[in-house]
Design a protein around this ligand. Structure first.
Ligand code: CA
Length: 235
């Protein structure tokens, strides 16, 4: 079975939810461990060699925001955040936590399974595609080094979240082509656009535009083709 051996960590303090998730994800062929507070989640994440982490936000001892931030300092592992409310999702998007995905409760187990699969697959695809990627891409005054993931504007490095980087690199590699949000969702986030909140793309584009903006120019590096999608012009 394709999913055999993939390890998933669930960090969720509501034990009944954790158990339901654990049961369903195990049934889908994954090896699953559930822990019930943030500190245990962090310890387990750092020592357990997981392929993906499902992380609740409101947790005892250490909250999910802190867990996510600290896992990210050390590990490159997909993290899906489970939020209780839509406002929390907006907070996550605003906070640059470095999570890969989020789901607002209540969500369907089928959708969760599809996201798990997509995020794990995207990480392994990245490992492959990174090896064959062009090393340096230049668009406008932005330089993207695909080996070190360093992005510079002129000579100054720009701090980007993982998703911002991937979105920028994707549009830059494919400069000149207009991408609808649905295509960006599947190319960059790796999941099925029919399940997705396309506003995620708009929010990420807006943050990215701010970071790469040229104060002397009114033209965005990342442009909108009205009603069609986003693109970066070819140099
Ligand atoms: Ca909770």
């Amino acid at each position: 079975m394709e999913n055999t051996q993939k390890k998933i960590l669930i960090v969720e303090d509501e034990k009944n939810i954790a158990e339901i998730l654990k049961f369903n994800i195990q049934t889908a062929g994954y090896s699953v461990k559930a822990v019930y507070d943030g500190q245990s989640g962090l310890d387990e994440a750092l020592s357990g060699g997981y392929d993906l982490i499902l992380l609740d936000l409101m947790l005892p001892v250490m909250d999910g925001f802190e867990v996510c931030r600290r896992v990210r300092e050390t590990l490159d592992v997909p993290i899906i955040i489970l939020t209780a409310r839509a406002e929390e999702r907006d907070k996550i998007l605003g906070l640059d936590l470095g999570a890969d995905d989020y789901m607002t409760k209540p969500f369907s187990i089928d959708e969760l399974k599809s996201r798990i699969k997509a995020n794990i697959r995207r990480y392994s695809n990245e490992l492959v595609s990174n090896k064959i990627a062009e090393t340096i891409i230049t668009v406008g005054d932005i330089t993207i080094d695909c080996e070190s993931y360093l992005v510079k504007k002129g000579d100054s490095p720009i701090e980007l979240s993982k998703k911002e980087y991937e979105l920028l690199a994707f549009l830059a590699k494919n400069a000149g082509k207009v991408y609808p949000r649905e295509e960006l969702i599947s190319a960059v986030w790796g999941y099925d656009p029919t399940y997705s909140d396309l506003r995620t793309v708009d929010v990420t584009i807006a943050r990215l535009r701010k970071k790469v903006a040229d104060p002397d120019s009114s033209t965005n590096l990342i442009q909108t083709k009205h009603g069609m999608g986003y693109f970066i012009e070819k140099n």
